[in-house]
Write a protein that binds this ligand. Structure first.
Ligand SMILES: [Mn+2]
Length: 585
């Protein structure tokens, strides 16, 4: 891998040096120059003093963004990232609800917030001490793809980039219209951005999806680094330098900012100066967030060091243009959205790069109330990722999503050849070295899939988490078997756990003597002993024996809430106490 191209900028450099010299001279030659100057004068000989001051002034000059933010107006709604509270009449309320229905983001509120607002300082204070050599940092092109995005969220993203990115580092900002049909994104958008420095717009001539839209945008750029952002973001001051600095140090690093949350309803900017989260995935190939593991904390020597992450969320990252090319950019066989982030994550790690989160780069993102458009292509995209990168571990994925086997995912020959050509490592290496904390299912024959009852025929163990982020805490129920894996997928481990391991972290079925019903709790961590309440034995006669209570699991038609569920009862040998695993219906 060749080193990241370091562009020399002779014209800029000369100009800026000149500027710095003139300004520096003026200040230093004033008879009553400031305290710092006086201190320097006392301590250092004249020549040295001048150089130090020039250097500092040069930095201030070099840091200047493309545009300065307008003066702070604390009366403006949402200023400094505060929550917006509006008193709306009936008609305004109706408009607000409509905007929410259209975008899954409260655009009515967004429209009231300044396109130039400031966000609160939420990074680790140590980040403010980091120094950068602006003259040798690589330049970047920011690429933002959008589809039918609302005016204010899109333009706030644009202004935010222009007002937080040093002019000397930002080569251009390219907006990619992925074939939107909203009128405000036609003429009005063109007119608006024609008045903005460095902003360009390119339009797809058919719906391309995120992957190809981003590549289309990148194709007209010239910066050393490509920085991809989502189209409803706000950048924290100083967000860009850490990303570019890291890529300058290590051109094969793909670096993500910390993604702060902007509330979809009141536009409050919610950030945390503590350790950011990193990305993982579960065995349905769904992206998940995790706290930084201890091993990674030990590897880092400062809170401002990058954090290695097994996967990325996908919306926001920076990569050296050359390295992106080398890695095979994106899988252009992927449509719309979903799955491309995991594919790229696996590829980065397996093919010799690193994927990192920089704790000093913060960008806010409006996470919508729910996905604003169809994710129907995400399945095919995930299958492509599995088929190219997972080796035999793809079976673990297919067991949990049996319908994925039937999905038409197109041709992946080219992507497999790319993997060959780059001499990429296998998925076992990735799991062992990059994501050792993921639970690795055993999936022994006859011990995974639907857990079916003999007495209550056609009924299976079933579990629905209260939400995607909280797997545990609910009661396990029985429901008509559907054969789709997912929430009816369980695996019996060699040690006797009934694992709900479509999710990460995995849940385990737990019983106790008091409630008689089964609940889902977190499984033990690797190396810890198995709690007796989580230990079951599937015996020869089909009975499912619970060690902790010394009872058998029985399919009960009506529980205290009127619904059927498995329950711990004295062992009787009845068919309602007989269970078996089945992979397919
Ligand atoms: Mn988004």
């Amino acid at each position: 891998m060749a080193a990241c191209g370091r562009r020399t900028r002779p014209k800029h450099l000369v100009l800026l040096l000149l500027c710095a010299t003139v300004v520096g001279y003026l200040i230093l030659s004033r008879p009553d120059s400031g305290e710092v100057g006086d201190t320097l004068r006392r301590r250092a000989p004249v020549v040295e003093k001048k150089e130090v001051a020039e250097e500092r002034l040069g930095d201030e000059e070099l840091k200047k963004p493309v545009y300065e933010k307008p003066p702070l107006d604390m009366n403006s709604p949402g200023e400094m990232g505060r929550a917006v509270k509006l008193n709306l009449d009936k008609e305004e309320k109706r408009q607000e609800e409509e905007s929410l229905k259209n975008h899954q983001i409260n655009i009515y509120v967004s429209d009231k917030v300044s396109l130039h607002r400031r966000v609160p300082e939420i990074w680790n204070p140590l980040c403010g001490n980091l120094k950068y050599d602006y003259r040798t940092l690589p330049t970047t092109s920011v690429v933002i793809a959008f589809y039918n995005e609302a005016w204010s969220t899109l333009l706030r993203t644009v202004h935010s980039v222009l007002e937080t990115s040093p002019d000397i580092l930002l080569k251009e900002l390219v907006l990619v219209d992925d074939y939107s049909d909203k009128a405000h994104l036609k003429g009005p958008l063109e007119k608006y951005i024609s008045g903005l420095k460095k902003v360009r717009l390119i339009r797809a001539t058919k719906r391309e999806g995120l992957v190809r839209a981003r590549l289309l945008g990148a194709s007209i750029t010239s910066g050393d680094v490509l920085t991809y952002l989502d189209c409803h973001c706000e950048c924290h001051v100083g967000w860009l330098e850490p990303l570019l600095q890291r890529i300058k140090e290590e051109p094969s690093a793909v670096v993500c900012p910390v993604i702060d949350v902007i509330d979809w309803n009141n536009f409050q900017y919610l950030g945390n100066a503590g350790e950011p989260q990193i990305g993982g995935f579960d065995w349905r190939l769904v992206f998940t967030w995790h706290t930084v593991p201890e091993s990674e904390q030990k590897r880092r020597s400062s809170p401002t060091d990058v954090i290695r992450s097994p996967t990325m969320a996908g919306g926001l990252f920076a990569v050296s243009r050359k390295y992106f090319q080398y890695l095979g950019t994106y899988d252009t066989g992927m449509e719309v959205w979903g799955g491309e982030n995991l594919e790229f994550s696996f590829r980065i790690w397996q093919c010799g790069g690193t994927l990192e989160v920089h704790p000093c780069s913060h960008v806010g993102h409006v996470f919508p109330k729910k996905a604003p458009y169809s994710r129907s292509k995400a399945l095919a995209n995930s299958v492509r990722a599995a088929e190219v990168w997972l080796d035999n571990f793809k079976e673990i994925y297919y067991h949990r999503s049996p319908h994925a086997r039937l999905e038409a995912y197109g041709d992946v020959t080219e992507r497999r050849l790319l993997r060959e050509r780059l001499g990429c490592k296998d998925f076992r290496w990735y799991l062992d070295n990059v994501y050792p904390d993921i639970n690795l299912p055993e999936d022994r024959p006859g011990r995974f899939g639907m857990l079916k009852n003999r007495g209550k025929t056609g009924y299976c163990f079933d579990y629905n988490p209260v939400d995607e982020n909280v797997v545990v805490g609910q009661r396990v129920i029985i429901y008509q078997c559907h054969g789709m894996g997912q929430n009816q997928f369980f695996e019996m481990s060699e040690a006797g756990e009934i694992r709900y391991n479509t999710r990460e972290p995995a849940g385990c079925v737990e019983g106790d003597n008091i409630s008689t019903y089964l609940n889902l709790k977190l499984c033990r961590k690797r190396g810890q002993p198995l709690p007796v309440d989580q230990k079951f034995i599937l015996r020869e006669d089909g009975s499912l024996y619970h060690e902790g209570s010394r009872k058998c699991v029985q399919a009960v038609d009506k529980t205290d809430n009127g619904k059927p569920a498995p329950s711990l009862q004295p062992c009787s040998g009845s068919p309602h106490q007989q269970w078996f695993f089945e992979e397919k219906l």
